[in-house]
Ligand binder design. Structure first.
Ligand code: NI
Length: 228
């Protein structure tokens, strides 16, 4: 399930991030640095060197916004977060169809992370570039996503996806992976739906005992399916 989370970052935070990234000079390197030999042939973009100071500063901003966002927590059920990366596509750049690597090594801790959830946080005004749509294959065929600056999309990391070629302007984004408490995308989707339904019942002031049962069911399913 593809879940869009508008305004993960407000306009001021996006502007502050963009100022750092746009000024990063030599820290921008070939995107194939993190692609692995299987993904490298279809990847044509630039990335911020994940060992650079600018990467660390920007990672902290995104990670703290993710940790505080209830919809992200509910959708991804995060256990471990791979330090967010930043990429840039200028005219002609693209990332062809691929599935993200299954296991990554966190460069800061050396610890392995299983990529269950992929995230893309858009950092460019969508009117400022053409192309650059994130497309992923889902149950209903190919879905296209192009969101506003500061908006996030999360989707199962086992989905086939691509970034279409840029035909005008520049697309800057942040991307990351999450090892979820709940490995299976279908199980995560059930918990997300259940959580949303419970929130709506809370707002509607629905029957207390029924809500208690549903909240208990949510947590008992989470207990059953989670691994830490
Ligand atoms: Ni990808």
């Amino acid at each position: 399930m593809l879940i869009c989370i508008p305004k993960l970052l407000d306009a001021d935070t996006v502007a502050a991030l963009r100022a750092r990234l746009d000024d990063a000079g030599d820290a921008w390197v070939d995107g194939r640095a993190t692609a692995g030999w299987q993904g490298a042939p279809v990847k044509f973009n630039q990335q911020i060197d994940e060992r650079s100071e600018v990467a660390h500063a920007c990672q902290a901003i995104v990670a703290s916004a993710l940790e505080r966002h209830p919809t992200f927590i509910s959708a991804a059920l995060p256990n471990l977060l791979y330090p967010p990366l930043f990429n840039r596509y200028s005219e002609g750049m693209t990332f062809g169809l691929h599935i993200d690597g299954g296991v990554r090594i966190n460069p800061q801790t050396g610890r392995k992370i299983r990529a269950d959830v992929s995230g893309t946080l858009f950092l460019s005004d969508p009117d400022s570039y053409d192309g650059g749509e994130l497309q992923m294959e889902g149950a209903q065929g190919m879905q296209s996503v192009k969101l506003g600056a500061g908006d996030l999309v999360v989707y199962p990391a086992n989905s086939l996806h691509q970034v279409t070629p840029i035909t005008r302007g520049v697309r800057v984004a942040c991307f990351f992976w999450v090892q979820s408490l709940v490995r299976d995308a279908g199980d995560r989707a059930l918990l997300f739906d259940l959580d949303n339904a419970i929130q709506r019942l809370n707002q509607a002031g629905a029957d207390d005992a029924a809500r208690r049962t549903l909240v208990g069911t949510y947590h008992n399913l989470l207990r059953k399916w989670s691994e830490t």
